[in-house]
Design a protein around this ligand. Structure first.
Ligand SMILES: [Zn+2]
Length: 77
């Protein structure tokens, strides 16, 4: 079975045989599903956590929302 790889930027699964691997000078390996993800991370230097269409953004937002829900009852009481 071929190993399933996950895109370093958007977080979706990469279909085997497709995508792009990028290795930095320090040896860090990035896997990208599309050219869009490659350009956003390497050339535009965007952070997945702050880019709205990535999974990292969705999880970060969900975590921040959950924290707010916990904080609100404490403030009221
Ligand atoms: Zn991607």
């Amino acid at each position: 079975m071929v190993e399933q790889k996950i895109c370093s930027f958007c977080g979706t699964e990469i279909e085997p045989g497709t995508g792009k691997m990028f290795v930095k000078k320090d040896g860090t390996v990035f896997m990208f599903c599309t050219h869009k993800c490659y350009m956003n991370m390497i050339q535009m230097k965007r952070i997945p956590r702050t880019t709205e269409w990535t999974k990292a953004y969705a999880t970060a937002k969900a975590i921040s929302k959950a924290e707010k829900h916990v904080e609100q009852p404490e403030q009221k009481a």
